[in-house]
Design a protein around this ligand. Structure first.
Ligand SMILES: *[C@@H]1O[C@H](CO)[C@@H](O)[C@H](O)[C@H]1NC(C)=O
Ligand SMILES: *[C@@H]1O[C@H](CO)[C@@H](O)[C@H](O)[C@H]1NC(C)=O
Ligand SMILES: *[C@@H]1O[C@H](CO)[C@@H](O)[C@H](O)[C@H]1NC(C)=O
Ligand SMILES: *[C@@H]1O[C@H](CO)[C@@H](O)[C@H](O)[C@H]1NC(C)=O
Ligand SMILES: *[C@@H]1O[C@H](CO)[C@@H](O)[C@H](O)[C@H]1NC(C)=O
Ligand SMILES: *[C@@H]1O[C@H](CO)[C@@H](O)[C@H](O)[C@H]1NC(C)=O
Ligand SMILES: *[C@@H]1O[C@H](CO)[C@@H](O)[C@H](O)[C@H]1NC(C)=O
Length: 439
């Protein structure tokens, strides 16, 4: 994708490494998790292409089928009482806390975080000492935060309220309290580049000459072999929709300029405070995104690579400079990787596996994993879709533009992705058994 050149800047920044560094104390961690960022370079697979289930997989190291967070609703266990009682007190951060880490979270957590029926803003997930949790889903202005359990409202003054910048300010405050003798874990979760794609004022007119990448499947229906949800997209996308897609693309990149600043400020601050050499920095996203692929205007939720592959960049002590992991790495591998790097034992019921060994030595043999699961529980409502009488019965969802719908209860699937030196296949079963295919 064209987007590569844009990201080169922070790749270079993150991949300037230190060679072998003798770890004589527990390392620090900074994780930056963007929302809905599609692939930039190589990277990570997510095992479920939707925010809340993927975030729950990152926190637990488990497949959605095992943590049971199925969609972005409380009824689908997004921040539900079930999640809080059964899984949240065993996320990776609880083990860091037991080891004496100072811990900090800022930004979007799970989409239903802070809702009154699931504990409101007073609920602070176990393991986090300092908590700046966004109530609800990603947005840039006019939102509520839980600051250590206290409700704080933000309006829409760019100088005071732009969420990515507010997260950065809180993170710098947390860093100012850290020192070389005590380890910390800082998790930053900015809204960018999620809808409504609102750039910071200073970046509003950047990239105005760019358009969304015209991938080979751009603006074209996927054809007869696809599930009905993809067969009902237009044969050729109309120019007005393409114009909106280009506009969304530019605004997504503009929102990411604020993330670039965040990465830079955090990096410089760690360096200034002499904490950089003993700090791992991870940069990734919760799921991918498409813009016009198979004539789907913009969203995620599909089993294709545009929605399940995301960037993954790592730097830190003993990470070999420029090393590239050659086998697939999954969102469920992040938790066990953090734990192994901190020399904390990995709970036996984690589904993922640590990729720490492959960060340290590029010659290390590949993981023996040859397949993994990609799964999604389609979302919908029974409500008719305004302006789309053909969908009177409901059952479809996310019909943002021209009645092109991007999800449905029937878009519920389990795929087995086989990927190794020898195989490159995906086979999927949908809930409505309409298609089972292999390619
Ligand atoms: C935020 O809310 C104010 C007051 O309701 C409104 O005027 C403004 O347009 C909103 N801004 C955004 C970006 O939503
Ligand atoms: C370092 O930070 C830890 C945790 O905040 C604190 O307990 C300790 O006193 C600090 N040490 C120094 C030398 O400032
Ligand atoms: C967009 O404009 C910039 C600066 O004027 C220029 O460097 C770049 O090549 C242009 N890109 C395209 C795709 O036209
Ligand atoms: C890791 O933990 C084990 C068991 O607690 C301990 O024996 C070992 O010394 C630790 N290794 C490092 C590098 O700290
Ligand atoms: C991969 O190797 C590990 C031990 O190195 C083993 O526990 C695991 O079962 C193996 N997995 C597969 C799929 O062969
Ligand atoms: C989320 O999942 C639950 C449980 O399967 C279901 O009842 C609910 O309708 C789903 N929500 C949406 C928006 O599809
Ligand atoms: C979803 O699948 C069921 C069969 O399982 C079918 O009756 C229904 O019409 C499908 N919904 C749509 C919107 O096609």
């Amino acid at each position: 994708m064209k987007s590569n050149s844009f990201f080169t800047f922070h790749y270079l920044l993150l991949l300037q490494l230190w060679g072998i560094f003798c770890i004589y104390q527990s390392p620090n961690f900074v994780v930056i998790l963007t929302d809905d960022q599609d692939i930039a370079l190589g990277g990570l697979f997510v095992t479920t292409p939707l925010c809340c289930p993927s975030r729950a997989s990152i926190l637990t190291g488990k497949y959605a089928r095992n943590h049971h967070v199925r969609n972005n609703s409380i009824s689908g266990n997004c921040n539900s009482k079930y999640w809080q009682n059964k899984h949240e007190d065993r996320t990776f951060i609880t083990h860091f806390k037991k080891k004496g880490y100072s811990t900090f979270y800022a930004g979007k957590y799970l989409n239903q975080y802070g809702k009154n029926e699931v504990g409101g803003v007073k609920h602070i997930p176990p393991g986090w000492d300092k908590w700046v949790g966004l109530v609800g889903n990603s947005c840039y202005y006019n939102y509520t935060l839980s600051i250590n359990g206290k409700k704080v409202e933000h309006g829409s003054d760019p100088q005071k309220d732009y969420l990515t910048n507010v997260i950065l300010e809180h993170s710098l405050e947390f860093l100012s309290q850290q020192n070389e003798s005590s380890p910390f874990f800082m998790f930053l979760s900015p809204p960018s580049p999620h809808a409504p794609f609102t750039p910071f004022s200073r970046f509003k007119s950047k990239f105005s000459n760019l358009s969304a990448p015209r991938t080979p499947n751009f603006g074209m229906n996927g054809g007869m072999r696809k599930h009905w949800l993809l067969r009902q997209t237009p044969k050729i996308l109309p120019p007005s929709v393409i114009e909106s897609i280009d506009d969304v693309f530019r605004n997504r990149w503009r929102t990411l300029l604020s993330v670039d600043e965040m990465v830079y400020e955090v990096y410089v601050n760690l360096k200034k405070r002499k904490l950089l050499e003993n700090t791992y920095i991870f940069f990734t996203s919760d799921n991918g995104f498409h813009l016009g692929q198979f004539s789907l205007p913009w969203d995620k939720r599909q089993l294709y690579e545009f929605d399940v592959r995301v960037p993954l960049l790592v730097r830190g002590p003993a990470v070999e400079k420029g090393v590239e992991i050659k086998h697939p790495v999954l969102n469920i591998d992040l938790a066990p990787t953090f734990l192994e790097l901190a020399n904390i034992s990995i709970p036996a019921d984690v589904d993922g596996e640590s990729f720490a060994p492959y960060l340290k030595k590029s010659k290390e043999k590949l993981s023996n994993r040859t397949s993994f699961i990609i799964e999604h529980q389609g979302e919908s409502t029974n409500e008719p879709i305004p302006g789309c009488p053909q969908y009177m019965a409901g059952e479809v969802h996310t019909c943002e533009i021209d009645c092109i719908c991007e999800d449905s209860w029937n878009n519920t699937y389990t795929c087995v992705r086989q990927l190794s030196d020898k195989e490159n296949l995906i086979s999927c079963t949908f809930k409505d058994r309409e298609v089972e295919f292999c390619f």
